[in-house]
Design a protein around this ligand. Structure first.
Ligand code: UFG
Length: 330
């Protein structure tokens, strides 16, 4: 039996595939390579290039392979891009989910672990955020993921497709040997931008706003290592295989770091200067996002290995130094 990773060529997806293969699992990857990289996919996976919105393509993959469960990581995920182009997000993310659920239902595949996001909460009612707290997304990306969560819920009610939604906070870091890592075009995420500034590819980093309601005025986020995220999916698959109830879990380290603190920590790790300036706010950014991940720890048995942001940055720095132009260097 195989696990299908939809979006397995992406940043989190490629680490997911690597981790599953390391644990001896048979892995099928689908990806349209619109933002993912072929070179990021562990060669032991069976790779099919195609789009999740393409019903015939999905049916062919599900017919050829003996798929037992789906890890759905196949979505656009850039908050500022979603503010500019919401329909791109609803088309790819929501329509992709409809097709995948339809084909799962037709083929009798009953388990899905879904990459959801802290962006489903919008402006949180309290910090740390608990799974049951109010969800009012303030950007189309978060809205698309919340809709997708609701869709799987109703497919559980109607067709018995059991699910776990994992609401990631800020995915960061890379495989420690530097062989796979984060490579977006254009890059919008904080840590890679900081590290490319450390390399000298950029002359400075703009910190987007210092008038937020946080201790130093810059946004606070909860950074969690991609391998820890991947391990939570493996535990979630086991949780579903044991017949447990469908539900969502937060995945974060439960410690918030501000943009300024991240720049400082990266200066410590890299020993580089990393010039930084305060710029205007970026739209769609809540002040703080920090997870209460107690349920993932207590119910799934999740034990993140990277509890120090310096260790996370070290792994991302190994990747950045080894692949300054990302997968083009492979
Ligand atoms: N930031 C800067 N300068 C930059 C880039 C980012 O100051 O050049 C700031 C942002 O304003 C934000 C923080 O750094 O406050 C983190 O920004 P990212 O773009 O790295 O990440 P986001 O918090 O916007 O989003 C990420 C994922 C989403 C997910 C969200 C959940 O990309 O998919 O975390 O917390 F929903």
């Amino acid at each position: 039996m195989s696990i299908l990773v939809a979006g397995g060529a992406g940043y989190v997806g490629s680490h997911m595939v690597d981790r599953l293969i390391e644990k001896g699992t048979d892995v099928v990857v689908i990806d349209n390579l619109s933002t993912g990289h072929r070179a990021a996919i562990n060669p032991a996976a069976h790779f099919y290039e195609g789009d999740t919105r393409d019903r015939d393509f999905l049916t062919e993959v599900f017919t050829k392979e003996n798929i037992d469960g789906v890890i759905h990581m196949d979505a656009f995920s850039i908050v500022p891009e979603s503010m500019k182009d919401p329909l791109k997000y609803f088309d790819n993310n929501v329509y992709g989910m409809i097709t995948l659920l339809e084909v799962m239902h037709e083929q009798g595949v009953k388990r899905m672990v879904f990459s959801s996001t802290a962006a489903t909460y919008g402006v949180p009612e309290r910090i740390p955020i608990h799974e049951d707290d109010r969800k009012e997304p303030i950007n189309p990306y978060g809205e698309s993921k919340l809709i997708m969560e609701h869709m799987i819920h109703w497919c559980d009610v109607a067709y018995g497709i059991k699910w776990v939604a994992l609401r990631y906070f800020n995915a960061a870091g890379a495989k420690p040997d530097g062989s796979i890592g984060e490579d977006h075009h254009p890059e919008t995420h904080l840590l890679p931008i900081i590290l490319h500034t450390a390399l000298g590819d950029r002359d400075h980093i703009d910190m987007f706003g210092d008038d937020y309601d946080t201790p130093d005025g810059t946004n606070v986020r909860d950074y969690v290592h991609v391998f820890d995220l991947a391990d939570a999916h493996i535990l979630a698959l086991q949780y579903l295989a044991e017949g447990n109830e469908s539900r969502a879990f937060n995945l974060g380290s439960s410690t918030g770091f501000s943009v300024k603190q991240m720049v400082e920590a990266a200066r410590d790790v890299t020993g580089r200067e990393i010039p930084a300036k305060i710029g205007p706010r970026r739209s769609g950014d809540p002040d703080s996002l920090v997870a209460d991940s107690a349920d993932a720890r207590n119910i799934l048995g999740w034990q993140p290995q990277y509890d120090d942001v310096h260790e996370i940055i070290k792994t991302a720095w190994a990747w950045t130094q080894k692949h300054p132009r990302g997968y083009e260097d492979k």
